[in-house]
Design a protein around this ligand. Structure first.
Ligand SMILES: *Cc1c(COP(=O)(O)O)cnc(C)c1O
Length: 379
């Protein structure tokens, strides 16, 4: 058996990941540590190798995930790390949270009480504050009331409040209105932190920077920068450039299974959405929407073959798709093609692919399905 089936696969460059970490460290103030956001299987890159590299090679000590299953998986690869669950864990799992030494994001006093009721052991937590995302967290008009609630929560037995945090909704925009909105979100959490300090409570953590804030509004008052998408070398938003040197970590490749010459009148793929008008060479590629290569790219997406862009013709199928290789005479069965990544002088990024069908790079990389093996390299 070969190490993996050369059908459709993702190459994950751990060397680029390490370089991205160094660049992000360069953006942060000395007092700010990276909290690597590795939810959703490290944004589709595979948490095991990603977490191992970040913890062992880069010395990252803080990780963030979306749920308990992810937290326990990360714990195996990073035994010493602080692991924060950003999202909801049903209180009946409080015991697993504490025995695995996980930090839970706590969204209300009621939730904190439910957690401690379900375990005899202490629960470590960071309190989430909703400053304008409208998703989860404590919500008060006045930051002083928020601080007062947190001060009361700190009296709950077995609850260990180690920090507070909030999440920005539009830090990836330079529109003045959006910048003002983020300014207000930031001021709110800093006011809470100041009010706590004024009443003698000094928490280890107060954090609010995501990737966008880390790039565009880095501030030393955030003890952690919760870097997600920039770790993997993609843009928080395509409209703004990201710092020089950050590079995509994932490439996705497949192979040509067959090349045919098609004549005028021939139809390509389901639904007969593409009819050949003049003689052309059509290559079939071993990837489809079940691999996470969206069907919305039908007739729109491009794939690199021998360094040249070839357009998808007709509909993307579940496991295969067809491209026009008329301008690439050397294309033949068995050739490797690049769906995401560099080939020669050209590059197709997950961000570019996302913009072709109206989504974001995040969804593209998270969506590369389980069927696609992840191959790790350090080049
Ligand atoms: C996903 C997430 C992040 C990371 O966001 P990026 O834009 O990928 O940096 C940070 N904080 C919270 C609460 C999140 O849910």
């Amino acid at each position: 058996m070969k190490p993996y089936l050369k059908r459709a696969w993702a190459e994950i460059d751990l060397g680029k990941l390490k370089k991205n970490v160094e660049i992000i460290r360069g953006l942060n103030s000395p007092g700010t540590e990276i909290m690597a956001v590795v939810k959703a299987d490290a944004y589709g890159h595979g948490y095991e190798h990603i977490v191992h590299t970040l913890a062992q090679d880069c010395g990252i000590r803080n990780f963030a995930v979306s749920n308990l299953d992810e937290a326990i998986a990360v714990r195996e690869s990073a035994p010493q790390a602080d692991i924060l669950i950003l999202g909801y864990t049903p209180p009946e799992y409080a015991h697993e949270i504490s025995t695995n030494n996980i930090i839970q994001g706590v969204v209300s006093t009621e939730y904190a009480l439910a957690l401690v009721k379900n375990t005899p052991f202490p629960i470590r937590c960071h309190v989430k504050i909703d400053t304008g995302m409208g998703r989860i967290g404590l919500k008060h008009a006045d930051p002083k009331d928020c601080a007062a609630e947190i001060a009361e929560m700190m009296k709950i037995e077995k609850l260990s409040v180690e920090g507070i945090y909030t999440h920005f909704a539009v830090a990836d925009s330079d529109d003045p209105d959006n910048v003002a909105y983020t300014d207000r979100q930031q001021k709110y959490i800093l006011d809470v932190d100041d009010a706590l300090k004024a009443s003698g409570i000094s928490l280890r953590h107060c954090h609010f920077m995501n990737s966008a804030a880390t790039c565009y509004r880095n501030t030393p008052r955030s003890t952690l920068s919760r870097a997600g998408i920039i770790l993997y070398g993609l843009h928080p938003d395509m409209s703004l450039p990201i710092p020089d040197g950050l590079e995509p970590v994932m490439e996705v490749k497949a192979v040509i299974s067959q090349v045919k010459t098609s004549q005028p009148g021939d139809c390509i793929s389901y639904g007969r959405t593409f009819t050949v008008e003049h003689e052309m060479r059509i290559a079939t590629v071993t990837v489809g929407y079940a691999d996470g290569y969206s069907r919305l790219l039908s007739g729109k997406g491009e794939i690199l073959v021998h360094g040249k862009r070839c357009k998808i013709v007709g509909r993307v199928c579940m496991d295969q798709l067809m491209i026009d290789v008329s301008d690439v005479p050397e294309a033949k069965s068995g050739d490797i093609v690049t769906l995401i990544g560099r080939d020669g002088d050209d590059i197709i990024t997950a961000d570019e692919l996302a913009s072709v069908y109206g989504t974001i790079g995040y969804e593209v990389v998270c969506g590369i399905s389980k069927r696609v093996p992840r191959i790790y390299k350090e080049a």
